[in-house]
Design a protein around this ligand. Structure first.
Ligand code: PEP
Ligand code: MN
Length: 338
């Protein structure tokens, strides 16, 4: 339910409404505006109906949120959320580009990737230190050593780190060394991990599960939001279809669909979405044209030697071309490009 406090309401009236909502067993998330304040009441809807608040002083309306996701919904917040990651903005009118290798492999490799990002003005360095591999025999990542290398590269080149968390036990080191915590496709319905990310201090990049509907994806985001972390960035990274010509099918329908239902930033990952470097730039452009707030792209100094996802990794020169094309396209679309 959304409780709207009307123009001219007093702070006492607002506090009284919040107190009453909490007494009825709901959790309240307020958005305080200039004229109106919106109180989102989240809880089990079989509790006492909140309609009784309509008679309280200062309350303008009590409106049910029809979607099963509430804090993520555009009914809760009708403006687009922008997230500030150490001065780099994600969402609203901003264009975000994140780039880096699939996995952190060595100091030389990640430092080189950091240098490429810095030279291209790409503010986010991505790379997996903990890797969720389909096979237990594949490279599992450098773990904490990889986090330290990411941090070293980011500090050297003034970048922000984006890296994946695969276990609830790793929140502390990830928070220490990273600026954005990624929850990958394979963990998108790991509810214990989503809740833990919701209690963490840093923004979360949530990737869509490869078999998740848009609604299920937004419910995963709701898990994080409902634990108190408001900084959630969504990422469409391709879903499984009957098509085998590409690794996954980048579902660009999801971009406008999500944007019509949800206020959170939406990025597109054309690397996992296609699985082949040849298609990555075209689908990055397509993602921006569809209204995505940015792209997450894998590149590698030597894709032929990459320990994971080499076939979908761009060489730095191709990544530079992608950055140029995506930036010009975003400018045409009226986005703010820093
Ligand atoms: C990744 O970003 O390297 C990754 C494993 O992505 P996804 O979870 O989308 O497969
Ligand atoms: Mn990868």
């Amino acid at each position: 339910m959304i409780i709207v406090m009307g123009p001219g309401h007093s702070v006492d009236q607002r506090d009284a409404a919040i107190k009453r909502i909490e007494e009825l067993g709901y959790r309240v998330s307020p958005i305080i505006g200039v004229e109106r304040t919106v109180l989102a009441a989240v809880g089990h809807e079989d509790k006492t109906p909140l309609q009784q608040l309509e008679s309280m002083a200062g309350v303008e309306a009590v409106i049910p949120i029809l979607k099963p996701f509430k804090l993520a919904s555009s009914e809760y917040r009708d403006t687009r959320t922008a997230i500030d990651v150490k001065g780099a903005m994600i969402g609203d009118q901003h264009l975000t580009i994140m780039g880096g290798p699939c996995a952190v492999e060595s100091e030389a490799q990640i430092m080189e990737c950091g240098r490429v990002c810095r030279d291209l003005g790409v503010p986010f360095l991505r790379g997996g230190a903990f890797k969720p591999r389909t096979s237990p025999y594949s490279f599992q990542g450098l773990e904490v050593e990889g986090l330290k290398l990411l941090r070293q590269a980011a500090d050297e080149y003034n970048l922000r780190v984006v890296t994946e968390i695969v276990s609830v036990n790793d929140v502390e080191p990830i928070q220490e060394y990273s600026d954005v915590m990624q929850i990958g496709a394979r963990n998108s319905q790991n509810f214990a991990l989503l809740k833990e990310a919701g209690r963490s201090r840093i923004p979360v990049l949530l990737k869509r599960g490869m078999a998740q509907t848009v609604q299920e994806f937004l419910m995963s985001a709701e898990y994080i939001l409902s634990e108190g972390n408001e900084n959630v960035i969504l990422c469409e990274r391709g879903i499984r279809t009957f098509e085998t010509a590409t690794r996954f099918t980048l579902d660009l329908n999801a971009v406008p669909v999500i944007k019509s239902q949800c206020h959170l930033p939406v990025l597109v990952d054309p690397s996992h979405g296609t699985g082949s470097w040849q298609y990555v730039t075209a689908m990055a452009r397509a993602g921006i044209a569809a209204g995505a707030d940015g792209v997450v792209v894998e590149f590698h100094p030597h894709p032929d030697k990459a320990v994971s996802d080499g076939p979908q990794s761009l060489k730095p020169a191709k990544f530079a071309q992608l950055v140029d094309e995506v930036t010009r396209l975003a400018q045409c679309m009226g986005r703010i490009v820093e």
